[in-house]
Design a protein around this ligand. Structure first.
Ligand SMILES: [Mg+2]
Length: 261
């Protein structure tokens, strides 16, 4: 079986990225993001993803960011993660500056050649990172991205033309785990007869939102209560032979909704 990969950004994704200079070059600056360790541990234990860290460290090895300030902190971070069972199969670090435009620097895939082989399932692999360049990396790999960012930033994704490559925007590791390991249970049912034309969408793992139009207001109201109190998301559109009476509409909606459940 082909291997799926989680390509994990480091700064601003697993650990905090210092606002001042975006460099984690001392132990004082090493701070894990909330629940990142436990989430990665859970994903490592309960999925078949390989873990690959991919990180840009601008100017690492230059005077601005000497290697001796980087490695002790980086190694400490990896050893803390390892002590919780979070082991990385590979770690890729690009040391260039943005203006050098090297192909090894994210969103370039210059360091990631090994994944373009029959051994790997890139379409079902996922990049997780906090920058749009991480989403762009997913595009360049032929993978998908989870953008570790506030959901309110969706328009930035659209403006960059990257929304089709991003399957989730979220800066909550627990939610990311839930999304990756427990996808929503969803069904769609279409039922068309001489008497009724029905379309139903049902998400058992929703939040109780609904959009129900059967043409019968009291019936809509009853179905809405089902959604509201069960936390299922329910969309129902019915075009029934109400000029005769209500019974086909109610009966057939129940049949289709039962099938969806
Ligand atoms: Mg980052």
């Amino acid at each position: 079986m082909k291997k799926r990969v989680l390509f994990l950004d480091r700064d601003g994704n697993i650990i905090e990225e210092p606002i001042v200079d975006e460099q984690v070059d001392s132990f004082e600056k090493l701070e894990f993001l909330p629940n990142s360790i436990s989430a990665l541990k859970f994903l490592r234990e309960n999925s078949d993803f390989e873990f690959s860290m991919v990180t840009n460290q601008d100017g690492l090895g230059t005077e601005r960011f000497p290697e001796h300030t980087f490695w002790p902190v980086h190694d400490k971070m990896l050893s803390i993660l390892k002590s919780e069972g979070v082991i990385f199969d590979d770690v890729f670090i690009d040391k260039s500056f943005p203006n050098e435009k090297l192909p090894t620097r994210k969103p370039g895939v210059g360091m990631l050649g090994k994944y373009f082989s029959d051994e790997y399932d890139l379409p079902n692999s996922i990049v997780i990172g906090d920058r749009l360049t991480d989403v762009e990396l997913a595009k360049n790999l032929g993978a998908k991205a989870i953008w570790y960012a506030d959901k309110s930033r969706y328009s930035e994704l659209e403006n960059a033309g990257l929304s089709e490559y991003c399957i989730l925007i979220c800066n909550n590791w627990d939610e990311i785990v839930k999304f990756l390991l427990f996808p929503p249970r969803f069904a769609e049912v279409t039922r068309k007869t001489n008497e009724t034309d029905i379309k139903i969408a049902l998400n058992l793992d929703g939040n109780g939102t609904y959009n129900i139009k059967t043409g019968l207001h009291f019936f809509d109201h009853m179905l809405e209560q089902l959604s509201r109190h069960s936390n299922c998301n329910i969309t129902i559109n019915v075009n029934g032979d109400l000029h005769i009476d209500e019974h086909h509409t109610i009966e057939d909606t129940a049949i289709a909704l039962g099938e969806a459940f």
